[in-house]
Design a protein. Structure first.
Length: 279
């Protein structure tokens, strides 16, 4: 085996790239790496995914209403599925390229050409290994979000969703999202809602003065609770947001109608129970 071939074998075993000419004093380091690499590789396999499960349901899927949460969850599943399909195709291509390089190596007689082929084979094998790690992480992520979809459907008590379900929840989602942002923007601003969310309120057909009054009242309630030595619960904020959605549920449709629009047209939807029953 040539020196170059030996170096390639070491790289394959350690799954790292080493300098072309390793000095003798690095032998101890290389032996240590070789000994510990299996445990390191095993530990590293825990992190071959973009985000943790915790981040997935707290910071990635942040929709405040159930069906929007389901929509975002399914979007994560769909994105991951697409990435898996693309990765699978790329890996199959690399496998074919690897077989072709291995065939070329068997037939090659020139020393330098053989060394180059060995390096190209190593590159392809390393790419396949790294790709497999990413695929495994993506499968775990997809399985997690698929399970979350089941839990969300159980949470809302449905076996299936329709496009109508999604459309009818939209007003509630946007009102709650707008008021969530308005409340949080007001906290460091002396209770004043920021301009961006004032515009959001206007586009939803909600009077900004009413929304501002609601925010002031809620912040005053929180301060009162704190002054009594208690801690406001996060659940109270969610209930307040739900109350805002109940109070202004009809505002977006009313404003849209005044502009000549309908916010809901069942004839432009698919999978609508009412339409199926009428046929």
């Amino acid at each position: 085996m040539t020196k170059q071939t030996t170096e390639i074998a070491v790289q394959q075993e350690l799954n790292i790239n080493l300098p072309a000419n390793v000095k003798p004093e690095y032998n101890t380091m290389l032996a240590n790496i070789k000994e510990k690499m299996p445990a390191v590789a095993q530990a590293t396999s825990n992190f071959h995914k973009s985000h943790s499960q915790f981040m997935g349901v707290t910071l990635d899927v942040t929709a405040i209403t159930p069906i929007r949460s389901i929509k975002h969850t399914l979007a994560e599943v769909d994105r991951t599925r697409g990435a898996l399909q693309e990765a699978f195709i790329n890996m199959k291509k690399k496998e074919v390229e690897l077989k072709k390089k291995q065939r070329e190596l068997e037939e090659c007689t020139d020393d330098l050409d053989r060394e180059m082929l060995e390096i190209e084979i190593l590159e392809l094998e390393t790419g396949l290994t790294n790709g497999q790690n990413s695929v495994q992480g993506a499968i775990r992520k997809m399985n997690f979000f698929t399970n979350q979809y089941d839990k969300l459907m159980e949470h809302i008590g449905k076996d299936e969703l329709t496009e109508e379900d999604y459309e009818l929840e939209e007003a509630r989602y946007h009102i709650m999202t707008c008021m969530k942002q308005a409340l949080n923007s007001a906290r460091p601003r002396g209770g004043q809602i920021d301009e961006g969310n004032l515009i959001y309120l206007f586009d939803l057909g909600i009077n900004a003065a009413q929304a501002q009054a609601e925010v002031f009242a809620y912040l005053q309630w929180e301060n009162k609770v704190i002054s009594e030595g208690k801690a406001p619960e996060h659940e109270a904020t969610v209930k307040w947001l739900e109350g805002c959605a109940d109070k202004w549920a009809g505002c977006p449709a009313k404003f849209a109608n005044s502009r000549g629009f309908d916010v809901f047209d069942p004839t432009s939807l698919t999978n609508v129970p009412q339409l199926e029953a009428a046929e």
